[in-house]
Ligand binder design. Structure first.
Ligand code: SF4
Ligand code: FES
Length: 377
């Protein structure tokens, strides 16, 4: 018989204000089918979502995208989040925000900025983002963040093109005055799985980088917090993806669909409900998509009888789907999964070949330029 579950409110919500973005990173977590500007929630709709999030008990919202700053109403949404008592974090590429707009966001009540970084090497950074001059713009933006007095986290996405410079990325974060750096290996969903061979480092490279991160942690103790998680393809234990399905987080897409994780739309058969048609609290508590993999009742063996089942919650459903074809399977990152060796073999094969060209993230070519135009939403 299944145990009675008590459902807590989510800790945080990731609000994907838009899928529009001037960068084209090949590891983007957005879906391959990007949403168009015309379908985005309006300013009033996002404000209602912020109110509903606060009423539900959510503490923190991440304004994300795409690039959230392409929405001109971002300061209004930040101000509304503050009014609703929500802590707000801006997850940005940093290339569209100048000092005056940043000051406006700080004045509106923004609490924190998280800046993605492709590399310390300017040429490779431009290659990864497919955006000439990207690194110079990011450095200027990071300095502006500190000048307006906002706390800064640097998010360095590690892949085979930049992995040898992991230590320099950490040192750069320190020199920019960041309080935290997230050294995050690319997660192979969305665009990243399409670019897996172009991104995957070798095991030897990962081990070398891990040693460098550990040494930096010792060296920089008290100066910066360094978050580091081993890449799933070389791990033996899975991560509690999203802190467990439907336990701590929710994502809202630009058009208002509420997802348990950013890649959930890849799972066939799940229906996602929209904040346009149902209150957020109802969706969180009762929607089929959240209930399907919530808790432990859905688990097959070996998860069902495993003492880690309420630690990692069976790992990642989207990765299980991508590798085994079954979203309800044990995450292949787990050494107990029957697909574990296959996952490792995929990584070894992908990383041993010369990297193919990137398939850059983009909307369909004909509308990508038009879609980038800044709108009020
Ligand atoms: Fe986690 Fe399942 Fe592996 Fe146990 S068998 S460690 S619950 S993924
Ligand atoms: Fe969907 Fe991990 S990304 S459960």
């Amino acid at each position: 018989m299944s145990a009675v579950r008590t459902l807590s409110p989510p800790l945080a919500a990731l609000l994907e204000l838009t899928h529009r973005c001037p960068l084209q990173c090949p590891y983007c977590s957005n879906p391959l089918e990007l949403e168009r500007a015309k379908g985005e929630l309006s300013t009033a709709e996002w404000m209602r979502v912020l109110d509903e999030a606060s009423e539900l008990g959510i503490l923190q919202v991440h304004f994300s995208g795409g690039e959230p700053a392409v929405r001109r109403d971002l300061p209004d949404l930040v101000a509304h989040a503050r009014k609703a008592g929500l802590y707000s974090n801006l997850i940005t590429s940093g290339v569209t925000l100048d000092q005056p707009r940043l000051t406006k966001l700080a004045e509106a009540g923004l609490d924190h900025v998280q800046l993605s970084m492709q590399d310390v090497d300017h040429q490779t950074a431009a290659y990864i983002a497919n955006y000439p001059g990207v690194q110079g713009k990011k450095l200027a933006f990071a300095r502006a963040v500190r000048e307006v007095g906002l706390p800064l986290t640097i998010n360095a996405v590690i892949n085979r093109h930049n992995i040898t410079r992991v230590e320099r990325m950490i040192d750069l974060a320190v020199s920019l005055g960041a309080g935290r750096v997230e050294v995050a290996h690319a997660q192979y969903y969305g665009w990243a799985i399409r670019n897996r061979a172009a991104l995957m480092p070798t095991l030897a490279q990962v081990q070398e980088a891990t040693g460098r991160v550990e040494a930096a942690r010792e060296r920089l103790r008290g100066q910066i917090v360094i978050d580091y998680v081993l890449p799933d393809y070389y791990a033996r234990q899975p991560k509690a993806c999203m802190g467990g399905w439907g336990r701590q987080f929710l994502n809202i897409t630009p058009s208002g669909e509420v997802l348990p994780c950013h890649a959930a739309q890849t799972i066939p058969g799940l229906t996602f409900e929209s904040v346009r048609h149902r209150p957020l609290a109802d969706i969180w508590a009762r929607s089929e998509a959240f209930e399907t993999f919530r808790g432990t009742d859905w688990m097959p063996e070996p998860c069902r009888g495993c003492d880690q089942r309420e630690v990692d919650w069976g790992g990642c459903r989207c990765q299980a789907l991508a590798i085994t074809g079954n979203a309800a399977a044990t995450d292949p990152a787990c050494a107990l999964s029957s697909a574990h060796d296959a996952l490792r073999a995929l990584a070894d094969t992908a990383s041993s070949e010369p990297p193919p060209d990137f398939v850059y993230r983009r909307m369909s070519p004909q509308d990508s330029k038009a879609a980038l135009a800044t709108t009020t939403g």
